[in-house]
Ligand binder design. Structure first.
Ligand SMILES: [Zn+2]
Length: 82
């Protein structure tokens, strides 16, 4: 996730330096981030459905091991199901 973010930012900066300000490169970076975020948004708590990447109102780039809402051990839950 952080790697993709870095690539997206570098892509925008590189195109910006080469062609001048480009909203096309910015749009491409946004799409890239959305694709990278798709699996992340599916990583929800098996019991209450809370997203594991949200810690209160703060989004963290790594999933919580324990659900912040109901306290379910997410690592154990995922190894059981898959
Ligand atoms: Zn939960």
């Amino acid at each position: 996730m952080l790697g993709v973010l870095t690539v997206a930012v570098l892509l925008v900066v590189a195109v910006d330096r080469t062609f001048g300000h480009s909203s096309l490169a910015f749009a491409a970076a946004i799409i890239l981030l959305l694709i990278a975020n798709a699996p992340m948004l599916r990583f929800n708590c098996g019991r209450c459905g809370k997203n594991a990447f949200f810690r209160g109102v703060v989004v963290v780039p790594w999933p919580n091991r324990i659900c912040t809402r109901c306290g379910l051990d997410l690592a154990a839950d995922h190894s059981q199901k898959r």
